[in-house]
Each structure stands twice: as structure tokens, then as C-alpha cells.
Design a protein around this ligand. Structure first.
Ligand code: FAD
Length: 382
């Protein structure tokens, strides 16, 4: 079904992203996957190509756009490219909005030009070894000491954990257990601060070129000017930003699944068994028809959500519905595409095999399917 949400300027950025990925990323995939991280320089090149910072204010070198459809086309192209794409959606859709919405003028001046140009790589560190879905269990502390905070604790599973220059760290600033959600604040920890160490680069089943890492903080003295937003409001700030992250994950999931589906469609026309193309067996034809229908429906829902963002109407619940449904559908579609490829679908030289492991995280990170359903259920008064 034709998508009508994107206009010519979005399609121009899509074409730029596609060309950039082919030119600057495709030749390096093997090396990046072997190293477990992309080269830092690719962020700067992405900035030069206009794929970063389009949502940052013009006075700081950004594009000045507030139109999330630009984020969406970049996310779709990265996902179509595959799991070795650099983490530009993490930068654009997940972490930059914290700076956009919470930074004061001095912080904007200090950090935004680098974020927009790609010289500064961002990460956000919420998850800890003992606290993922239940963020209230965060143990990393930030204790005020004059004009500094002293940060102690450990984070894990942090995307761009190794490459990042600025990490938005969720810390407990109020040790009083009765403080509840008001106990947390966001602090920006910078690359070379003493006591900030990168731990293991984690060995994952997929997304081999993404540096997902442990971070350790031992008596890190973080200047109070690095507090993002208000002290004690960290949780509220997270809740404000998570909808765009969740929408972005849904967008990426369906674009990736669509790309795998299209390749599979060609495969089932070419591959023959019992004297006929495997796609023409009635069972497979039905499976393919169902996938085609479901992908169309998902895209229409995504496009409706993108319009809702434009109109300032996207709710946290809408974003949660989008996130769980799109990522679960992508998981199902890619699994069925593996099946349709037979043994070849299990071989890493085929895109479908890599997509199977690369995409598996999508129902987990950014809030699991169960947590999304919990949010939706609570909103219905359950
Ligand atoms: C590749 C990768 C990248 C990541 N990037 C980042 C990042 O950049 N920054 C960051 O902070 N984190 C990141 N994460 C962490 C990710 O967000 C968490 O793994 C995720 O939120 C789940 O938390 P958990 O792993 O602690 O699982 P748990 O919270 O222990 O959950 C385990 C299972 O229990 C279920 N469960 C938990 N609570 C409930 C409930 N109330 N009802 C029903 N079921 C429930 C969950 O749905 C899940 O199935 C990343 C993780 C991975 C693997």
C-alpha cells in the first residue's frame, strides 16, 4: 500500500542516506564486525552528509528541523542496510533529544555543535547489572560535594559504550528510599573524566559491529554544570524522551523486516523444489500473502504515529503500542523468511540469517514487549 506520509525533502534525505551507507559503510562491514565497533570517523562523515543533527538548532550547526519524519527516513535506511550500520538512530532519536529538550543555554553552546557535526558521539546509560526493566532499582549514586557530584556505580549493555564521548548517566541523587521516582537525576559524564572506565565490549548474538559495553564509575567528579534537566526529575525526563526512542525502534524494525521480505520474495520465485518455485506452493503463498498484508498494516500504523508526532499528539501509550507490535511482527516475519530460505536461511552469508540475530534484540531493548503491554494495560485502568 502506498505510503503518503513522506514528502520530497524526506525522500531526498533517504536517497542521501542510502548513498552514504553504500559509499561509507558497505566497504567496512567486515572490519567493523571483526572489531566489534564501527570507526569513529563514520559519525563525522555522517554529520558532513547531513545525516546527524538535522534536529539540532541551526545556531549550533544543526538543521533546525522538528520534523520527526527526517529521523524516520534515516532510521529506515540504516535498518534496510542491516545490523552493521553505525548507530546514528541512537544519536538522533534516542540521546540527542535529551540535550535538545533539557540542556540550558550554556550546555547547548558547549555540546550541541559536536553532537550535530558527529565529532561528539552520544550514549545513554540507564541499565545496570541488577536493574533493566525496573529502573527504580538503579544503584549508581551521585552524591553532591560542593560544585560537583561524585558518581559511583556500574552500567551494562550500553550502546556506543566504547565510542561515546558524552554519556547521559541515570544516577540516584537522593539516597532516601522514600524518595521513589524523585530519587533520580541525569548527569553527563565526559570521555576522559577520572574514574570513568569502559568495561568489557560485550559479545552479542547479533549486531556485531555495535559496541555494546559495560561502564564503570569510581568516584568520578562530575561538575554540577553537567546536570541535565532538574535534580530529582531524571525519571520524568526519561519518560518524556522514551516515546521517540520507542517509535524509532518500531520504524527500524519494520523497515528491516520489509527489506528481508523483499529479498525472500525474490528467493522463493527463483528457488525450485518438486518442479516448481517454492513460493508457488499454496502454503508458502499464503505465508507470503500474510506477511505482505501485515507489513502494509504496520507501515500505515507507523505513518499514523509519525503524523501524530508532527501534530504533537503522539502519546507514550501510542509509542508503546507501536514498539511492541512492530517489533514482534518483525521477529515473526524474519523467522518465516528464514524458514522459506531452507538451509540457506541458516547461513550467515545470507542477509536473512544475519537479520534473524540482529533483529532479535528489538523486542527487548528500549523497553521489553511485556513492559510495553504493562504500560498500555495500566493506561486502561488495569
Ligand atoms: C544490544 C543491547 C543494547 C542496549 N542498549 C542500551 C543502552 O544504550 N542503554 C541502556 O540503558 N540500556 C541498554 N540496553 C538494555 C536494555 O534496555 C535492557 O536489557 C532491557 O530494558 C531489559 O532489561 P533487563 O535486561 O534487565 O531484563 P529484565 O528486566 O531482567 O527482564 C527479564 C524478563 O522479565 C520480563 N519482565 C520484567 N518485568 C516484568 C513485568 N513487570 N511484567 C512482565 N514481565 C516482566 C521482561 O519483559 C523480560 O522478558 C541494551 C540491551 C542490549 C541487549
Amino acid at each position: 500500500m502506498k505510503r503518503t506520509v513522506f514528502e520530497s525533502e524526506h525522500e531526498q534525505l533517504r536517497a542521501t542516506a542510502r548513498e552514504f551507507l553504500a559509499r561509507e559503510c558497505a566497504p567496512h562491514v567486515e572490519k567493523w564486525e571483526a572489531n566489534g565497533q564501527v570507526d569513529r570517523e563514520v559519525y563525522k562523515k555522517a554529520g558532513d552528509a547531513g545525516l546527524l543533527g538535522f534536529n539540532m538548532p541551526e545556531e549550533y550547526g544543526g538543521g533546525g528541523s522538528t520534523d520527526f519524519r527526517f529521523n524516520a527516513v534515516v532510521a529506515e535506511e540504516l535498518s534496510r542496510f542491516g545490523g552493521a550500520a553505525p548507530g546514528l538512530t541512537l544519536q538522533n532519536d534516542v540521546v540527542a533529544p535529551y540535550f535538545l529538550h533539557l540542556a540550558n543555554d550554556e550546555q547547548k553552546k558547549r555540546w550541541m555543535p559536536g553532537i550535530a557535526s558527529g565529532e561528539t558521539i552520544l550514549a545513554v546509560a540507564m541499565t545496570e547489572p541488577g536493574a533493566g526493566s525496573d529502573l527504580a532499582g538503579i544503584k549508581t549514586t551521585a552524591k553532591r560535594d560542593g560544585d560537583h557530584y561524585i558518581v559511583n556505580g556500574n552500567k551494562t549493555f550500553i550502546s556506543a559504550g566504547i565510542n561515546s564521548d558524552l554519556v547521559v548517566v541515570v544516577c540516584r541523587t537522593n539516597p532516601d528510599p522514600s524518595a521513589g521516582h524523585k530519587a533520580f537525576s541525569l548527569l553527563v559524564v565526559e570521555r576522559d573524566m577520572e574514574g570513568f572506565e569502559r568495561g568489557r565490549k560485550l559479545d552479542k548474538m547479533g549486531l556485531k559491529a555495535a559496541d555494546t559495553a559495560e561502564l564503570h564509575f569510581t568516584d568520578v567528579r562530575v561538575p554540577a554544570e553537567n546536570l541535565l534537566g532538574e535534580e530529582g526529575k531524571g525519571f520524568y525526563h526519561l519518560m518524556q524522551n522514551l516515546p521517540s526512542e520507542r517509535l524509532s525502534i518500531g520504524v527500524s524494525a519494520i523497515a528491516g523486516a520489509r527489506a528481508v521480505f523483499e529479498e525472500t520474495l525474490q528467493y522463493v520465485k527463483d528457488r525450485k523444489a518438486f518442479g516448481q518455485p517454492i513460493g508457488s506452493f499454496q502454503h508458502n503463498r499464503f505465508v507470503l500473502a500474510e506477511m505482505s498484508t501485515e507489513l502494509d498494516i504496520a507501515e500505515q500504523y507507523i505513518d499514523r504515529c509519525l503524523r501524530a508526532v508532527l501534530d504533537g499528539e503522539l502519546t507514550a501509550v501510542d509509542a508503546s503500542k507501536n514498539k511492541w507490535w512492530c517489533t514482534e511482527l518483525a521477529k515473526k516475519v524474519i523467522d518465516q523468511c528464514v524458514q522459506l530460505h531452507g538451509g540457506y536461511g541458516y547461513m550467515n552469508e545470507y542477509r536473512v540469517a544475519r537479520a534473524y540475530t540482529d533483529s532479535r534484540i528489538q523486542t527487548i531493548f528500549g523497553g521489553t514487549t511485556e513492559i510495553m503491554k504493562d504500560l498500555i494495560g495500566r493506561d486502561m485502568g488495569l
